[in-house]
Design a protein around this ligand. Sequence first.
Ligand code: SAM
Length: 293
Amino acid sequence: MVKDAYGRETTNIRISVTQKCNLNCLYCHREGDGNKNRSDKEISVSEIKGIMRAASKLGIKKVKITGGEPLLRKDIIEIVREISLTEGIKDISLTTNGFFLNKFAHLLKSNGLNRINISCDSLSSSILQKNIKNIEEGIKSAAYAGLNPLKINMVVLKGINDSEINNMIKISKKYNAILQLIELIPTNKIFFARFFFSLEGIENELERKANKIFTRDVNFRKQYFVDNAVVEVVRAHLNRNFCMNCRKIRITSNGFIKPCLMRNDNLVKINFASDEEIMKSLLEGINMREIYY
Ligand code: SAM
């Protein structure tokens, strides 16, 4: 297992496979991966395979596929299959806006995907910019396909969807999904000042009501078990505990290693000449990991 300069083990890799998205969420950080009009070439399946082989040799076992919208990649099934065939990779998940999930859920599962996160901030189609029925179909298909755990990601925004938390807990319970309540990460100062909603009060309430609380190794995130629902709270902003327990290295959709979501001044271009060179690049990226907050 490779440790960074702060003694943090790197166990997870988060790979963005495209910058393209069918939505345009105002708050989206795009994995800190440039702007939406960027025209750079996307990382290829064989490059992804090389990164996975190298990552696995460094002891990384968990992979998250993200984007943009990863289901827009025409070869997404091949990507999942190739990652799942990599020796040493034990757990693959994918985060999606759910729009195309109904069509893909079973195929993703049968090609090796273990888990899925579905971003769904609201039960109102107008807030979501997409039809909630379509998303519910996607959630249902993912549940039937056996993608487990199934997580619903809800970024909570002040005055937009903060009144929907209880309803989102209900819908997550209905599909046996874990609801992840996510605090906004700043991308724009004015937007952040207007829409940031602190989850401190909600977390205190969950703590009072929970019959069990579980703290995950990753980011020290807490999961609250309340009335047969599971709610995970993700509060990254200004959270030193979150950063101290970060175990992740990121890959951008155009083939750079990104040591931290919040920074773009320390990207490492991957040398794809051989697996050894990819490993060297990964080690360089891991060595550049720092505690942001
Ligand atoms: N399109 C996919 C999706 O919707 O899941 C993958 C990309 S999206 C950037 C990955 C996750 O990041 C989503 O759950 C999204 O809600 C979350 N996210 C995006 N911008 C964020 C922000 N500024 N603060 C907190 N979470 C954010």
